[in-house]
Write a protein that binds this ligand. Structure first.
Ligand code: BGP
Length: 463
């Protein structure tokens, strides 16, 4: 591939606190919504008692092993690492007035370690978790007061890390809240659309307030939103399927429309009216929403299809996000449809819609890895997946799309979000651990490690 990636393109990987750190009650950390969902974001709540076990309680023990892991990322050539701050390390219950110093000190150590190797941190304020204390005592994002708690947390970390972190994201996949309410907005899974959209509104206001605070406290920082890049195609060329696809894509993009444009899009009026939803938006909210993001970040794993055929829709219920499969695409071991060209289409669509720089902050293949007899992991399937997607990202750049960087998901094996499995691996670095939590946690380089190292070294020219 000819040189398409800009010289200052950020290359790296992305992880999230609750999927790597472990140490779930260490140094004063409080329980988060993730800690009470040991079976993953679709797995229901379990009341925790200290000392019981869940796979995320240790995860890959990044809390203690980060120096060795950052060293491996440096060996890969990373110029960027995306991670999140666990809100519960800073405000364990969420509503304290003063932060927990031990939690703040941990991220100081982590960012200092990254600085040693010139790895730029890209930090998500809330990646699929919030303090469980806020859920129990305040009703999660259902309560307007949570906006204040979040703003206090955001201001605290902006102040503390202002010289160390210049790239921020507000909420991970903010548009997943409808599908996983507890993970997204701290509401019971059976909450009504009315309740979920009111909570989402509070979260959108909080996101905008964090943008404003970031610009005030760290004037040279950039802060973005983070969307699940759920691109949908019409299953057929029937106009009603095309119309339904437009509507469903809007359901995913509405969040971005608010975060990038600073107000609710016109189509939401009818959307809410048709569903009998009536949410409270104050004049102060409207003015807060005007603080808009500097760039758009998104995850991309798959695409799906939309149809008005009820029989096909019935069959699709229960699939991830109930998308109808595309007959032209292969699927991963987990049924996620692999569509490299989709990322080029999505990038063009997002750039056409928003005219803001993009950042691909998650992309990757979750697969079973079987070490050979000599322990080597020859993950050619992962190399093929990533290579095909990066070629299409290069095409989108050639199309004129401005892209800040690419962080592949899970550069080191970690706990999966959807089912909290360990066997769904994304890494260039293998971690010796299984679904039952057995294993030495030893790290080993896979074949893809050397492949990605070459891609970064050549700034994408070796694709
Ligand atoms: C995204 C989440 C990540 C991550 C990824 C892969 O939706 O932001 O946290 O886990 O999906 O999903 P899974 O881990 O379920 O394979």
């Amino acid at each position: 591939m000819s040189q398409q990636f800009p010289n200052n393109f950020l290359w790296g990987g992305a992880v999230a606190a609750n999927q790597v750190e472990g140490a779930y009650l260490t140094d004063g950390k409080g329980l988060s919504t993730s800690d009470v969902q040991p079976k993953g974001i679709f797995g229901g709540v379990v009341e925790r008692v200290a000392g019981d076990s869940g796979i995320k309680d240790v995860a890959i023990d990044f809390y203690h092993r980060y120096p060795q892991d950052i060293k491996l990322f440096a060996e890969l050539g990373f110029s960027c690492l995306r991670t999140s701050i666990a809100w519960t390390r800073i405000f364990p219950q969420g509503d304290e007035l003063e932060p927990n110093e031990a939690g703040l000190a941990f991220y100081d150590r982590l960012f200092d370690e990254m600085a040693k190797y010139n790895i730029t941190p890209l930090v998500t304020l809330s990646h699929y978790e919030m303090p469980y204390g806020l859920v129990i005592n305040h009703g999660g994002w259902g309560s307007r007061q949570t906006i204040e708690f979040f703003e206090r947390y955001a201001r605290t970390v902006f102040q503390r890390y202002q010289h160390k972190v210049k790239h921020w994201l507000t909420f991970n996949e903010i548009n997943m809240s409808l599908h996983a309410p507890l993970t997204g907005v701290g509401l019971p899974e059976d909450s009504s659309p009315q309740a979920v959209y009111q909570a989402i509104h509070h979260q959108l206001v909080a996101s905008a307030k964090a943008v404003k605070a970031c610009h005030e406290i760290i004037p040279d920082a950039k802060i973005g939103n983070m969307l699940l890049g759920g691109l949908l195609y019409p299953l057929s060329s029937k106009p009603e399927d095309v119309m339904e696809t437009l509507q469903q894509n809007r359901e995913w993009l509405f969040f971005g429309d608010v975060q990038v444009r600073g107000s609710y899009p016109a189509y939401m009026k009818r959307f809410f009216a048709d569903r009998g939803i009536d949410i409270t938006i104050t004049a102060e909210d409207r003015s807060a929403l005007k603080s808009t993001v500097d760039f758009i970040s998104f995850s991309y794993y798959m695409t799906g299809c939309v149809t008005t055929d009820e029989e096909l829709n019935q069959k699709a219920r229960g699939n991830i996000l109930s998308m109808v499969p595309n007959p032209h695409l292969p699927s991963s071991d987990w049924g996620w449809q692999i569509d490299p060209q989709g990322i080029r289409i999505l990038m063009n669509e997002l750039y056409d819609r928003y005219q803001k720089p993009l950042f691909i902050v998650e992309n990757g293949l979750g697969a079973y890895d079987k070490p050979d007899a000599d322990g080597a992991i020859n993950d050619d399937y992962r190399i093929a997946y990533l290579n095909d997607h990066l070629v299409q990202i290069g095409e989108a750049i050639a199309d004129g799309v401005e892209v800040l960087g690419y962080t592949s998901w899970g550069p080191i094996d970690l706990v999966s979000a959807s089912k909290a499995e360990f066997s769904k691996r994304y890494g260039f670095i293998y971690v010796d651990r299984d679904d039952e939590g057995n294993g030495t946690l030893e790290r080993r380089r896979k074949k893809s490690f050397y492949w990605y190292q070459g891609i970064i070294q050549s700034n994408g020219a070796s694709l």
